[in-house]
Design a protein around this ligand. Structure first.
Ligand code: FAD
Length: 398
């Protein structure tokens, strides 16, 4: 992924991970889009991108119809992945594991769980509410003493391989003629209310008709280059992989969200757990230190409370990545800026952006090509709400 791009491109995509490559992929697949596309990405290894540091899970259990619809499209995309991204008959292996999500609730959490359940069912999600006794029948290793119920996804929820998703988008986009450039965007030149050029760290300047901001946790700084507000900041999330000597008897542990805020799922032969840090605040975008104290003080005790067999475990591997955390409402910001109509956002995905990348990339490609959404209407996620300071809340945030 190199190349000396010069001159002018119709669309410059800033950041080439899941969202940047999805936008490039969808533009390159659309016969009605007849422009050129350049993806500018400083790190072709994607070592520190949220995409490759993700837990890569997919769920239909959101509270908002638009988020449910985006994940339902992810399911469709995953099912057709090979055909959609194959190059000369080959495609990366997504390895989708259909293990479900399980949201646990105490008495206090039940009204929200029921409310979410109604919305999910009305959108066609295959979910079921379980009583504590029903929970025990499926997952006898759970401590249900303090629980009043749970919501379980029966189909289409689980996890994928994030690298493969990214590689699928990238390889096919490049095969279709999209250019990738290893460089970093350091400035945007403006004329009146439009971006005219993109300034790169190398000193090169690229002319453009439009830009798409796919810079993940660093998106706010790209928006600021165009004078646009974007309340998105890097927030660290530590991930702990552990081995449990004693096998849990019953159904495989789905991605289980505990009322305490911790989550844990099976990752055979291991388990993966995480939780927002005790002090959840903006961090330096280069700070990838694993918050180990959280494991000792909060995560492990919480795991043992919920699954007593987790008293005897050994941590085998850890890492930390960044959410691009939207402080207004933890929801994505998608679409053009009213104040700068040729600047498009695909930002602020917090902890659910990987599964939204197929749908958001397609949506941006429609906006760019037709000036309107043609499949999923993502207007609710538009930048106007940021300008107005009106949150579009998602109750089911992990
Ligand atoms: C620990 C963790 C667990 C997660 N779990 C899940 C999950 O289970 N399910 C889910 O759906 N989502 C999950 N997410 C969220 C998901 O990974 C992200 O929302 C998604 O990957 C965001 O993709 P992106 O392309 O927007 O950003 P990124 O992957 O961060 O990519 C941004 C890219 O922009 C580039 N860039 C930055 N600055 C510039 C610049 N100035 N010029 C050019 N390029 C630039 C970067 O190098 C980077 O490659 C998780 C995230 C983390 C950290």
């Amino acid at each position: 992924m190199t190349g000396a791009a010069t001159g002018r491109y119709d669309t410059v995509v800033i950041g080439g991970a899941a969202h940047g490559s999805s936008v490039a992929y969808w533009l390159s697949e659309n016969p009605d889009y007849d422009g050129t596309v350049l993806v500018v990405e400083p790190d072709p290894t994607y070592e520190y991108a949220s995409t490759t540091l993700s837990e890569a899970s997919v769920r239909h259990q959101f509270s908002n119809p638009v988020n449910i619809a985006l994940s339902q499209f992810a399911t469709e995309f995953i099912a057709g992945f090979h055909d959609r991204v194959q190059v000369n008959g080959e495609s990366p292996d997504l390895r989708f594991r259909d293990t479900g999500y399980l949201f646990l609730a105490t008495e206090t959490g039940m009204p929200t769980l029921r409310q979410n359940h109604e919305v999910q069912r009305s959108c066609g999600a295959e979910v079921v509410l379980l009583t504590p006794d029903e929970l025990l029948l499926r997952f006898p290793y759970l401590n249900v003493d303090d629980l009043a119920g749970a919501s379980l996804g029966l189909r289409h929820e689980g996890n994928i391989d994030a690298h493969s998703l990214l590689q699928g988008f990238c390889r096919r986009a490049r095969h279709n003629g999209i250019e990738y450039l290893t460089d970093r965007v350091v400035g945007l030149r403006m004329h009146e209310d439009r971006v005219t050029d993109v300034e790169l760290a190398s000193g090169d300047v690229i002319g453009c008709k439009r830009v798409v901001n796919c810079a993940g946790p660093r998106a706010r700084w790209i928006a600021e280059m165009a004078g646009l507000p974007l309340p998105v900041e890097p927030r660290v999330r530590s991930v702990f992989v552990f081995d449990c000597r004693e096998q849990l008897k019953g159904d495989l542990l789905p991605l289980t969200i505990d009322p305490s805020g911790l989550h844990v799922r099976t990752d055979p032969p291991y388990y993966i757990a995480g939780m927002p840090p005790a002090h959840d605040c903006t961090v330096d975008p280069d700070d990838f230190r694993v918050r180990r104290d959280d494991w000792e003080d909060r995560i492990w005790p919480g795991l043992v409370h919920r699954i007593p067999q987790f008293e005897r475990i050994a941590v085998t591997h850890t890492w930390a990545g960044h959410y691009a955390y939207n402080t207004l409402d933890q929801n994505a910001v998608v679409g053009p800026a009213t104040a700068v109509p040729n600047f498009y956002f695909a930002n602020g995905f917090s902890g659910h952006g990987l599964q939204q990348s197929p749908g958001v990339g397609r949506a941006i490609s429609e906006l760019v090509t037709y000036g309107e959404y043609r499949t999923l209407d993502l207007s609710d996620l538009g930048h106007d709400r940021i300008v107005r300071g009106e949150p579009f809340l998602e109750r089911s945030i992990i």
